[in-house]
Design a protein around this ligand. Structure first.
Ligand SMILES: *[C@@H]1O[C@H](CO)[C@@H](O)[C@H](O)[C@H]1NC(C)=O
Ligand SMILES: *[C@@H]1O[C@H](CO)[C@@H](O)[C@H](O)[C@H]1NC(C)=O
Ligand SMILES: *[C@@H]1O[C@H](CO)[C@@H](O)[C@H](O)[C@H]1NC(C)=O
Ligand SMILES: [Zn+2]
Length: 430
């Protein structure tokens, strides 16, 4: 009986990633600006999905559907773009990832150091529950806010953390969000870990005394759920009302949906594409919630960070055309301070962080991102952080759960250092 149950469980796990049968992923390394541009042009031609951005001299990782593999590889050869196989059998690798996660669940179940452990990726139900518990147990400094439901009706939850109930208007506000891109599982973890460090394990008291915090771990709950239950590589929201094809091809790329040079570059008007920008700016309730927070605290936000993965990059505006912001020197200074803080705690075999203007680091532009939008309305220090994957192995969105705590810890170092410097530069702006 026991054996039958186990077999059944195994079969359920293996059936899950059927849709990725025949998919492969490749490392690609462009060596000239022309090759980098060419790669950008191949994205719509072969319906490519870049899991990690390629830059000149730095390998990216691209996911390719079965029907496009021959054509894609032929084009790379013709253009002389260096590539090698990343994962030949994506479905097999996803099945393996699941086994790792399941094994860790069983092994770790007993000995949890934290009220929400960082030895595995957590489902949205666990994260929701954690936010509620933290708010209930620490009501002196924590307030749970749930301004709206997602497209599918899941409450979008965030915490406000303040020793003065957000009433001391001289304090800078630090706003961090995560999980706009559903498949980037390390991102929500990095935001809940910041909550842990501010509430459950407060070792740096100045950070609560002198700052107000808004922490939104999962901007896109529908997508996050979908990556656990259905499609591991899902990126977008799950809305179906954005196009006549919306039922066939649901979802909008939340990080192309913000109202700044909306749908001009690095984005698509095709709802079936991963970078579909929506039918209009802020078409998605999920991005409107972030907009609402930015606007509510605009005159006090000194630092905004949107957590993504993967690529080990700290990116700043303007991402749509690569032009220099008037705040460029400060963006660069604080970016470097954050990257130095990470370096102090990072594992030696993890990729080093790159810091810079996002177009200039990545090599191509993307419009409608939250960092550009926040900066455009007046947030002086606005960043996208691409958290690490292990580029050398097959660990991108699937960063082995054994590294979650490490990445969260080093990223927390960056958040703390960035917050302090942001206050020094832009505190008491009123
Ligand atoms: C909240 O308090 C309850 C009751 O003491 C406890 O069981 C739970 O672990 C706490 N959770 C968090 C996240 O603080
Ligand atoms: C899968 O979907 C169900 C129903 O929507 C939901 O209750 C559950 O939390 C989801 N599972 C995960 C792992 O998110
Ligand atoms: C939340 O939903 C209500 C009702 O649909 C709507 O009026 C309001 O504008 C929404 N708020 C945001 C931030 O989207
Ligand atoms: Zn992302």
């Amino acid at each position: 009986m026991k054996r039958i149950v186990l077999l059944f469980l195994a079969a359920a796990v293996f059936a899950k990633h059927e849709q990725y049968a025949g998919w492969s992923s490749y490392y690609v390394e462009p060596s000239t600006p022309e090759q980098l541009k060419m790669l950008g042009a191949l994205v719509p031609a072969f319906d490519l999905d870049f899991l990690a951005h390629a830059t000149i001299g730095r390998e990216g990782v691209v996911l390719v559907k079965p029907q496009y593999q021959a054509g894609f590889l032929q084009t790379l050869e013709k253009e002389g773009i260096t590539y090698r196989v990343h994962v030949a059998d994506v479905k097999g690798q996803l099945d393996f990832d699941d086994q790792v996660i399941e094994t860790r669940k069983r092994v770790a179940a007993a000995k949890h150091k934290y009220s929400m452990p960082y030895d595995n990726y957590q489902t949205i139900d666990v994260i929701d529950r954690y936010l509620e518990d933290i708010a209930n147990n620490h009501s002196d400094i924590v307030t749970l806010v749930s301004p709206n439901n997602s497209f599918e009706g899941h409450p979008i939850k965030y915490l406000k953390i303040s020793s003065s109930n957000f009433e001391d208007l001289s304090k800078p506000v630090i706003f961090i969000d995560g999980g706009i891109h559903a498949r980037e599982w390390i991102s929500p973890a990095s935001v809940t870990y910041a909550i842990h460090k501010l509430v459950e394990d407060l070792t740096e008291k100045d950070l609560v005394e002198n700052y107000d915090w808004v922490l939104l771990p999962i901007v896109n709950p529908d997508g996050y759920k979908y990556t656990f239950n259905k499609s591991r590589f899902w990126r977008k929201t799950r809305s179906t009302d954005q196009d006549a094809l919306g039922r066939l091809c649901p979802g909008v790329d939340g990080n192309r949906n913000y109202d700044f040079n909306w749908r001009t570059v690095g984005t698509s008007s095709n709802p079936c594409h991963d970078t579909f920008g929506g039918s209009r700016p802020f078409s998605e309730v999920e991005t409107r919630v972030v907009k609402g927070i930015l606007q509510e605290h605009l005159d006090r936000i000194t630092l905004y960070i949107s957590m993504h993965s993967y690529g080990s990059m700290i990116l700043y505006p303007w991402g749509h055309d690569g032009t220099v912001s008037p705040y460029e020197p400060d963006l660069k200074t604080v970016g470097n301070i954050m990257s130095d803080a990470i370096k102090k705690k990072a594992l030696s075999y993890f990729p080093a962080y790159a810091v810079g203007n996002s177009l200039r680091v990545i090599g191509y532009g993307a419009s409608g991102g939250s960092d550009d939008y926040a900066h455009s309305i007046g947030v002086p220090l606005s960043y996208t952080i691409e958290l690490p994957g292990l580029q050398g192995g097959y660990q991108g969105f699937h960063l082995d759960p054994q590294y979650i705590a490490q990445v969260c810890e080093e990223t927390w170092g960056a958040i703390a250092a960035g917050a302090r410097k942001s206050a020094e530069l832009f505190g008491k702006r009123k």
